[in-house]
Design a binder for this molecule. Structure first.
Ligand code: NAD
Length: 291
């Protein structure tokens, strides 16, 4: 039996993939409606993270905050069956290290395994899965992680995969912010947004934002790409904390972080992260559309 805790934008399609591949799942989420939906694809319902860990030898989690990850790990550690805990959430290396210590004290192996590739990648099984922790635990987890995407072993050092994930997300945060800024500038100067994206995508200015996020969620003005602004800000702050602790200059990251903090203030934590465009539109008095 495989356990899965946290059935949100990412966790639900990942759990669904595992069930579709023939895995027997026991699941928990604080939102009972998410658990109800998972029972529709055959998952068993658990009443708590502890119950998941009492019934499953391998437990995966996809959680929205540092606190949720630590709370869940502290419950999972008491489980009767669990031998391996795989945290797919982005929580930064400090929390990952604490979770490794908490679980390791009871002989439970831990892997931090944050993912990249969005809701689309979760549904299609094409996520990049960055993994750190004991190599033998990675070998145990690999067949499961293969069903979610491409597992890449980063290091045995607990938290190393979290560092890698924060680096990846700072890049994603920067390119989305930069693409939003240049497209708004172009519209203000009289250019057509669709033509601008066509040119960027054919040239050296292409980014994941210009190729995927803008065509899917900005031009049609649906703002529903599937990643909340609050989660993006969490990741940018975690990156800044770690870079600051390393004593590094962060001129670019500070500027990018400022744009994300404005988006959080103006659009709210629950807004989709593509809403960063709206903040720039307001300042420029233009609208990016053309879906
Ligand atoms: P989400 O908010 O959609 O889902 C989180 C789920 O966890 C929700 O269903 C919530 O009810 C549940 N939950 C919260 N606290 C809980 C607890 N204590 N016990 C059990 N369940 C609990 O978030 P998401 O977008 O699915 O992101 C999950 C993680 O994956 C985050 O760390 C995020 O940074 C990361 N991530 C997200 C994306 C994306 O595109 N959405 C991409 C890569 C990584």
């Amino acid at each position: 039996m495989i356990g899965f805790i946290g059935l949100g934008n990412m966790g639900f399609p990942m759990a669904h993939r595992l069930a579709a591949a023939g895995r027997e799942l026991v699941v928990y989420d604080t939102r009972s409606e998410a658990v109800d939906r998972a029972t529709e694809f055959g998952a068993h319902r658990a009443a708590s993270p502890r119950e998941v860990a009492d019934r499953a030898e391998i437990v995966l989690a996809s959680l929205p905050s540092l606190q949720a990850s630590e709370t869940v790990a502290a419950e999972v550690v008491g489980g009767a069956e669990v031998r391996l805990f795989i945290d797919l959430s982005t929580v930064g290396s400090d929390v990952a290290q604490r979770n490794h210590t908490t679980l390791g004290a009871k002989g439970i192996a831990a892997l931090d395994a944050p993912v990249s590739g969005g809701v689309g990648g979760a549904a299609a099984g094409t996520l990049a899965v960055m993994v750190s922790g004991p190599r033998h635990a990675f070998e145990t987890a690999k067949p499961l992680l293969d069903e979610l995407g491409r597992p890449i072993f980063v290091d045995e050092l607990p938290g190393a995969a979290q560092t890698m994930k924060l680096i990846n997300n700072l890049m994603a945060a920067t390119t989305l912010a930069a693409t939003a800024e240049v497209v708004v500038m172009g519209i203000k100067a009289g250019l057509d947004p669709k033509v601008m994206l066509e040119v960027l995508n054919a040239g050296s200015g292409a980014t994941h934002a210009s190729r995927d996020k803008f065509p899917k969620a900005v031009l049609p003005r649906t703002f529903d790409y599937g990643f909340a602004t609050g989660l993006m800000v969490k990741d940018v702050r975690l990156y800044l904390d770690q870079a600051r602790a390393l004593g590094l200059p962060m001129q670019l990251a500070d500027a990018v972080a400022g744009m994300w903090e404005s988006t959080l203030r103006d659009e709210g934590a629950e807004s989709d992260f593509t809403s960063i465009v709206k903040v720039l539109e307001k300042a420029a008095g233009v609208t990016v559309s053309g879906g």
